[in-house]
Design a protein around this ligand. Structure first.
Ligand SMILES: [Zn+2]
Length: 607
């Protein structure tokens, strides 16, 4: 197999590494590179193996860390030295003078074959020192890398503020003391979060605003800049930096519905409000948290604002939704967090935070200001006044990191969705693993709303009669068609007649594990997976050779899969019974599965 060196060379996006790290506007979103080396890294005790992979864009090469989720590509030898790959997911970090690329998702372009090193790539040079000192605008979200706390950008003495000694701010007020009755004051506070700029249009005109949360030893307060102040101050404020803010500045009653801060007042910047970045960044506390564990969310009331810390188990893709109030699109992204209570929870982030979220999976992340909702049991939504901190340097974070490396990585997590039994369809739930006896004992699917779960089980039997049905060929229509004349398959819904149907699977499958057995129904997509061919192909075989059909089906049994399943009540001939539908099947990853079992066995403390 393979293609010519010339076509492989032409496919590689030469120079794309430099484009990625300098974030050039014309850069290729999913660049193609050559894999030039793969090295395993000794796993942490109890951890999974990781791989360092060197990718070359033919001008430069760089050593990258491959996400564990891509390990199967190495294990199955799909990712090999010399092949071309397309980087679908990656995070580029400038850490001190180092450039780090974490690769979360790749596609191997097998059609280009394997080649000796293409081009004459050079090591990707580190940046010159001064360039590296540029404050990183996304500092708040890319604060750390594998537990290392990233240094705050050095606050260089800015010429305009160079003479400003702290004695000029002798009369510092604590935030707690600010009220509409205090008139001359300066506060020294850390900006713990900064909103996006929001614009509004109404009968009285239009405008824009942004808000920051400010924190000192005594309290917190929210401050908002409108219109000109928005233009003037937006860029000056950076999350995690410390500022002097000096009156005149309006103090008004806080609009509690927009804020989660424990302050009765809030600030509106005025024309003469003075905001200066403090030279010394110390002596002002970092963000304060009051964490709720994921398990305890169960007992938290809907709409309460809480803080939460957990390990990023899953990062969804960014999607766009249209705001009902402004009719404008904004970004949305779902994260899955786990912690050592054995629970997982979904947390949605919005807007710029969603679009620019670049924290690698398996990082510890602390969220301040998230709203608890009862959508799908319990889920979380980051408020616009909330903040995100990756790998924060605090005891809770170190503890979680240790727990995750040690055992959390291979745990299965319960979701609140399941406990509550109020799951809504769709979304990226983590459906808890159940054994077949648990499925029955817990009466999953017996309540008003369906239950979702995963089960590891082997196929015992597949019913051979009616394994598929003739479906309509029209796009998006899977309705059953009827042959009204030879070569005339009619769909009632589309009101159309097709020369032939498309056969789709609908199979009754008996699956079993060490605790029992269960009849489940499989639809087309899963059917293709477990049979290894389409229902059309299988029908063709059936027509010429029934014996061959039986062979193919018997080849599919005795195989073990991880099934995702939905259980719900069904009325059938005036009888209620639970039906189990397979929503997806994934083949066993024996390495990951063994790791899971090893951890389970360890819990029995057998020496
Ligand atoms: Zn149709």
């Amino acid at each position: 197999m393979g293609s010519s060196v010339a076509s492989a060379l032409a496919r590689v996006d030469a120079g794309s590494l430099a484009d990625i790290f300098d974030d050039r506007p014309n850069r290729v979103q999913h660049p193609v590179m050559q894999c030039v080396q793969i090295k395993p890294i000794a796993p942490q005790p109890g951890g999974q193996e990781r791989h360092r992979v060197i990718f070359s864009d033919t001008k430069n090469y760089i050593q990258t860390m491959l996400a564990v989720a891509q390990n199967h590509l190495v294990e199955e030898k799909i990712l090999r030295r010399g092949v071309l790959v397309q980087l679908l997911g990656y995070n580029a970090n400038n850490y001190k003078a180092k450039r780090i690329l974490i690769v979360t998702e790749i596609k191997v372009l097998e059609e280009y074959g394997e080649h000796e090193k293409l081009g004459e790539p050079k090591p990707f040079e580190t940046k010159p020192e001064e360039e590296d000192q540029k404050p990183n605008p996304s500092a708040a979200t890319s604060q750390g890398f594998y537990g290392n706390k990233q240094e705050q950008p050095k606050s260089r003495a800015m010429p305009t503020h160079a003479k400003q000694s702290s004695s000029a701010h002798a009369n510092i007020y604590p935030i707690e003391a600010i009220s509409p009755y205090s008139n001359k004051w300066t506060i020294k506070a850390r900006c713990t979060s900064k909103s996006d700029i929001k614009t509004w249009h109404n009968r009285n005109g239009e405008g824009k605003l942004f808000s920051v949360n400010l924190l000192d030893e005594s309290s917190e307060i929210r401050a908002t800049g409108f219109n000109e102040q928005c233009d003037l101050l937006y860029d000056l404020f950076q999350e995690n930096s410390v500022y002097y803010i000096t009156s005149p500045c309006r103090v008004t009653f806080a609009k509690k519905q927009f804020s989660n801060l424990p302050n009765d007042y809030e600030l509106h910047f005025e024309k003469d409000t003075k905001v200066e970045k403090a030279e010394e960044q110390d002596g002002v506390p970092q963000v304060r948290y009051n964490f709720t564990t994921i398990a305890d969310l169960q007992s938290v009331e809907k709409d309460t604002t809480i803080d939460i810390i957990g390990v990023l188990k899953d990062i969804g893709e960014t999607s766009q939704i249209i705001s009902k109030t402004t009719s404008k699109p904004y970004d949305k992204r779902e994260l899955t967090l786990v912690d050592n209570t054995g629970y997982s929870v979904r947390l949605t982030i919005w807007g710029k935070t969603a679009a620019s979220f670049d924290v690698p999976p398996e990082s510890v992340v602390a969220f301040k200001g998230v709203k608890v909702s009862d959508f799908g049991g319990r889920s979380l939504s980051l408020l616009s006044s909330g903040s995100v901190s990756a790998n924060p340097d605090m005891t809770e974070a170190h503890k979680l990191k240790g727990w995750y490396e040690d055992q959390g990585k291979s745990n299965n997590f319960a979701t609140h969705a399941n406990v509550q039994g109020t799951v809504s369809a769709g979304g990226s739930r983590r459906d808890p693993f159940k054994t077949i006896s648990q499925i029955k004992e817990e009466q999953l699917g017996m309540s008003e709303t369906p239950d979702f779960f995963s089960v590891k089980a082997s196929i015992q039997y597949i019913k051979q009669d009616n394994f598929c049905y003739p479906a309509c060929l029209s796009e998006g229509c899977n309705k059953k068609v009827v042959e009204i004349d030879p070569g005339q398959w009619r769909c009632e819904k589309c009101d159309k007649t097709h020369p032939k149907p498309e056969y789709r699977y609908i199979m009754s499958v008996n699956i079993s594990d060490h605790t029992g057995q269960l009849w489940v129904s499989c639809f087309d997509e899963t059917g293709r997976q477990i049979i290894g061919m389409t229902a059309d192909e299988l029908m063709e075989i059936k027509e010429v050779d029934e014996k061959k059909l039986a062979e193919i089906i018997s080849d599919s049994i005795c195989k073990t899969w991880n099934w995702k399943c939905k259980a719900k009540l069904d009325n059938f001939q005036e009888q209620q019974r639970v039906r189990y539908q397979i929503t997806s099947a994934s083949p066993m990853n024996y390495v990951a599965e063994s790791q899971k079992l090893i951890d389970l066995i360890k819990q029995y403390n057998i020496d």
